[in-house]
Design a protein around this ligand. Sequence first.
Ligand code: KIV
Length: 272
Amino acid sequence: MAYLQTDVTKVTTHVLQNMKQRGEKIAMLTAYDYSMARLLDSTKIDVVLVGDSAANVMDGYKTTLPITLDEMIFYGASVVRAISRALVVVDMPFGTYQGNSKLALASAIRIMKETGADAIKLEGGEEVLESISRILSAGIPVMGHLGLTPQSINKFGTYAVRATEDEEAERLVKDARLLAEAGCFAIVLEKIPAKLAELVTKEVPVPTIGIGAGSAVDGQVLVLQDMLGITQQFKPRYLRQYGTFGEDISNAVKQYISDVKTVNFPNEKEQY
Ligand code: KIV
């Protein structure tokens, strides 16, 4: 497939739908702050996700469960201020939409009003369908998320690949259909077998975005810090590192320390 860079001034959910129809892959990355989001937007990335992975890479928590709605709104608003082209999606954090569709709508409205994002994402299938429908009824675009849903880590007990057994795979296909029928504009498929992701991608009319879900999906997403090589301890099989920025930052800081200590910085030209 030839590389077709979408020539649009603002990526919308309709742009993503058209990309699926003509087979142009969707590129999505996470961002949580203004500086990184500005860099990403200048590259013509299609979608920027303010993921609740911020709990891990920004806040240092072991799981995504502790991050709050206020924190997600803070990160979301910082990213939105930097973006003029990409579609910005903000994750709904754990505890703000499960089992209570009125709370879900109130949380989604806060995200949209206080960040200026284009859409929200939430995890789960049939069990959160009522929340999804209520949010959609307010005109808020919803991205679904199936497979390894990190907010359910205490149920799963492990971050291993999901839906390897028939029963879970069949449930996932059913959930994907339900999300698409309800009106989700796209579905993230995390850490599931490539063949299953291919099947879902053919079954649903909306774009699928994979992370550890093979190449037959409609797009890919990675956590920015992981793909840049800033997250040092996290190297799952699906992750391709496009840089060694962790090392680069460490080397730059060591050089700075040495220059300060040896009075090599600032030099004549670097002072008034
Ligand atoms: O929170 C996140 O970064 C995500 C992606 C990994 C899809 O949900």
